[in-house]
Write a protein that binds this ligand. Structure first.
Ligand code: UTP
Length: 301
């Protein structure tokens, strides 16, 4: 059945966050603030807005604070109530009401594919979404909804693709594709972080997936690949090569051209904070004013 409602979203947050050390020594990168809420909250909000209302965080023993952010905090809420701060109380409370959030453990960071495999029992035999916890998609550009519709129409699995400058393709999984129809393309194969000269296209895999549960058996049989890690890209390459066989094979790309912020990268993180602060309801006007002055002074001095 291709139209099964997707109820579950897996969000892996068990990586080391080495690009952001030492900030991520004790604080998971997914909890770094983007303006006034953790990056991960944007991602959970996105999942819930698209449909899935059960979120499975793939985490590890050192990341207890990740789940705590999505649970009620009665002491804090009581203190805010006493101080009459109704608006903040509502925001704090809302974070615990977004979705039914649970965790599964990844004992060692053995790669994104391994992280997804750790969620197998929590997901069961149904299609599910995967969202990377440091990859923000602007709420005004609802990518995951679109991907869920494509999965319902075509079956198999669906990945989000984005055009990147050829020189950047080696940072991503890269898709070998057929003819693009609208924003949809059949994927013939995927290659993880190819050398620029070997890249089959400029279409990079970004951090949104809608996966058929057939991926779990493939992941279980996937050996460590690039970087010694079990790569989700390698498992999806197998599903792509299988084609749409009615047994979970087949891979479709949805080419995204909206706003995306990769908060796992320091420069992209800074851009995300500035862009989202400029548009923030309370802070936006004052911050934009200050930023314009700052840039003017900097360019004149
Ligand atoms: P990244 O490669 O961006 O995260 O993985 P990382 O490994 O933490 O970052 P760097 O490269 O060392 O700076 C994408 C997502 O997959 C999760 C990460 O937490 C991140 O959200 N991940 C990655 C896992 O959960 N487990 C892994 O073994 C690897």
């Amino acid at each position: 059945m291709t139209s099964a409602h997707v109820r579950k979203a897996v969000i892996p947050v068990a990586g080391l966050g080495t690009r952001f050390l030492p900030a991520t020594k004790a604080v998971p990168k997914e909890l770094l603030p983007v303006v006034d809420q953790p990056a991960l909250q944007y991602v959970v909000e996105e999942a819930a807005a698209a449909g899935p209302d059960q979120v499975v965080l793939v985490t590890n023993a050192s990341k207890g604070s990740v789940l705590a952010h999505f649970q009620p905090n009665p002491d804090l809420e009581a203190a805010l109530e006493r101080s009459g701060n109704a608006e903040l109380l509502a925001r704090v409370h809302a974070a615990s009401q977004l979705a039914q959030v649970s965790t599964v453990d990844q004992d060692e960071p053995r790669g994104l594919g391994h992280a997804v495999l750790c969620a197998k029992d929590a997901v069961g035999d149904e299609p599910f979404a995967v969202l990377l916890g440091d990859d923000l998609i602007d709420a005004r550009d609802p990518l995951l909804q679109r991907m869920l519709r494509v999965r319902a129409e075509r079956g198999g699995s669906v990945v989000a693709l984005m055009r990147v400058p050829q020189s950047d393709i080696s940072k991503y999984g890269c898709a070998n594709v057929g003819e693009l129809i609208g924003d949809v393309v059949t994927i013939d194969g995927l290659v993880e972080k190819p050398a620029v000269d070997d890249a089959p296209s400029d279409l990079a895999v970004i951090g949104r997936y809608v996966l058929d549960p057939a991926v779990f058996d493939v992941l279980a049989a996937t050996p460590p690949g690039r970087g010694g890690e079990i790569q989700l890209t390698d498992a999806l390459d197998v599903l792509a090569h299988r084609g749409f066989d009615g047994a979970g094979g087949g891979l479709t790309g949805v080419v995204f051209s909206g706003r995306r912020y990769d908060t796992g990268d320091r420069l992209e993180y800074l851009k995300a904070v500035v862009q989202l602060a400029m548009e923030h309801q309370d802070l936006g006007p004052a911050f934009s004013h200050w930023l314009r002055d700052f840039v003017r002074q900097d360019s004149s001095g």
